[in-house]
Ligand binder design. Structure first.
Ligand SMILES: [Zn+2]
Length: 559
């Protein structure tokens, strides 16, 4: 035996092992077919994960449908890096609660099934820190004060990226980008376009899992038919309750021959990943897999989910995100340039200001504060101040702008310049400045916080928390009221409206999240800076308050 051979033989089992081999040898899992049976980890039913384990790229993202075995890749990577590469690992989940559930359930179960893994860890008592000798596995939630960027690791795994605090994640990624040796894995079901995992995927190699068709021997992939393109499923049946749905079947999109769902382990086992973005940086690999590949979801079930989504936006989102592993945006869920163009009026931001002391114009001011505070002044036109004033009124954006945190006095000037009848400003982050302002303009200025548990357009006002009138409102319902004006043309913009203003309006996208009961609820997600959109929303919230101030009646009379 040559020196090189003996050298390799000595090292192979412990150091040079590939992650996929390591996982097969060291992980023990309940069987997919019969969970009461334990067997060595295998990718027989998820052949696409084998190559993912062994990616050498510094940066990897997996945009996946639900239950495709991809999260297990993240877990295997974490254990492998600790055991074989002897490096610290940071494993991030969306919330602290997710992190502790993960630690108790998946982590502990993995150790319970595998004596090797159990022997690797020297201390597992702390929920968010597991020690393997002098190496650490940190398990953290992305939200709150977890301060991810302070944990010194070169191995980062982000599990369910789209549910995470995106600001924290970009900071953590930015911090890693300067390091020579690093490995990042971001895994998630996508939500909306250009957000979270989809945003990362777009800058990657965008690989699809391809296989050789057992009938025509051409290389192909499993694809849902979209926009007139040929797909790999024959949809049978006409609606959700059509029993023929279950006769739907997979087919090769090259030769149309039927591909047997039950026989997938055979015809998918030789598959491989193929890039669809040949010019992308090969050090940034992206993987995408949909449920047409699943061994546990039948073609009939997919077709049912598809029919359920026709005419039901929340169900359509579920179909695209969880079944196809694709981002989804509902109709009218995002403001477009065309909508904004349709709302441009024939005036500029330099129009005549209201006369001082004359209360003949109904003007409100909304302010989204921060290092820079963004404001919008809106004039409202309504026949009569009555119930549902926000529905009845048409708005005209008179002007917009921003001032720096050193120039809060500019807000006082704006109140006079526009003879503002009601101003709503968000209470945070500079609560003291906001309070000082509200006290100076008592009766005309309100602080505001978005809060869960408010119904419809309800506005609760209390001075208890902040020492100045604080309006608490539901974020989604008010943003819907303010932003839907662009779709229904119930607002006009000056023709010199800034590009930044337009961009901010487009950055809030309506989508759905599951509540505690698993029911879909609408939410607005920010896909970029959105301060002007919130300033417009605060001006909208100020309208019923202005009606209340003007008439001396309770604000509820106008909601
Ligand atoms: Zn074929």
């Amino acid at each position: 035996m040559s020196f090189a051979d003996s050298f390799l033989q000595g090292l192979m089992p412990s150091v040079c092992q590939k992650c996929s081999d390591w996982a097969q040898n060291r992980r023990v899992m309940p069987s997919l077919i019969d969970p009461s049976v334990l067997r060595p980890y295998s990718w027989e039913y998820h052949p696409w994960v084998r190559e993912m384990h062994d990616s050498q790229a510094s940066f990897n993202c997996a945009m996946k449908s639900a239950q495709m075995g991809v999260t297990e890749v993240g877990i295997n990577r974490a254990f492998y890096v600790l055991d074989q590469l002897k490096r610290d690992v940071l494993y991030v989940l969306p919330t602290t609660l997710n992190a502790s559930d993960f630690s108790k359930a998946r982590f502990s179960v993995a150790l319970k099934h595998s004596p090797y893994l159990a022997s690797l860890f020297t201390d597992t008592n702390t929920v968010n820190l597991k020690q393997a000798g002098d190496k650490n596995l940190y398990i953290r939630g992305s939200r709150g004060d977890s301060n991810l960027k302070s944990i010194p690791v070169s191995e980062l795994i982000l599990d369910e990226l789209d549910e995470m605090d995106q600001k924290q994640i970009w900071l953590a990624l930015e911090r890693l980008s300067g390091q020579m040796r690093k490995s990042v894995w971001a895994i998630s079901t996508p939500t909306i376009p250009n957000y979270g995992i989809h945003k990362l995927y777009l800058s990657s190699t965008q690989e699809h899992f391809v296989f050789e068709c057992p009938h025509c021997s051409r290389w192909t992939e499993l694809k849902w038919p979209e926009r007139g393109e040929k797909g790999s499923i024959e949809i049978i049946g006409e609606s959700l309750h059509d029993p023929r749905c279950h006769d739907s079947f997979l087919k090769c999109k090259e030769c149309d021959a039927k591909l047997d769902h039950q026989d997938k382990p055979n015809w998918l086992s030789g598959g491989t990943w193929q890039t669809t973005a040949p010019n992308a940086n090969p050090d940034k690999r992206g993987f995408h897999v949909n449920q047409l590949y699943s061994f546990t979801v039948s073609p009939g079930e997919l077709v049912e989910a598809y029919f359920r989504g026709l005419g039901d936006e929340a169900a359509a989102k579920e179909f695209y995100n969880s079944k196809l592993g694709m981002p989804f945006i509902g109709e009218g869920a995002q403001i477009t340039d065309a909508m904004l163009d349709d709302c441009i009026g024939n005036y500029t931001r330099d129009e005549v200001r209201p006369r001082v002391g004359a209360r003949d114009r109904l003007i409100t001011l909304g302010v989204d504060q921060g290092k820079w505070s963004y404001w919008t002044a809106v004039e409202w036109f309504v026949d009569r101040l009555s119930r549902d004033v926000n529905v009845a009124a048409k708005g005209k954006v008179l002007a917009h702008g921003k001032f720096h945190e050193d120039d809060w006095h500019e807000l006082d000037l704006l109140m006079r310049e526009w003879q503002v009848q009601a101003c709503v400003i968000d209470a945070d982050p500079q609560i003291n400045e906001a309070r000082r302002f509200a006290k100076k303009f008592t009766g005309y200025a309100y602080l505001c916080r978005y809060r869960r548990g408010k119904v419809g357009k309800e506005i609760s006002i209390s001075e208890r928390e902040t020492g100045a009138p604080l309006a608490t409102v539901d974020r989604t319902n008010w943003l819907t009221a303010a932003l839907s004006r662009f779709r229904t043309k119930r607002i006009t913009l000056p023709r010199d409206v800034s590009l930044e203003y337009r961009e901010h309006m487009k950055h809030l996208v309506r989508t759905y999240e599951k509540d505690e009961m698993g029911n879909p609820v609408a939410v607005f997600v920010e896909t970029g800076p959105d301060h002007y959109a919130h300033s417009l929303n605060y001006a909208e919230i100020a309208l019923p308050l202005a009606a209340s101030i003007t008439t001396g009646q309770d604000v509820e009379k106008f909601l």
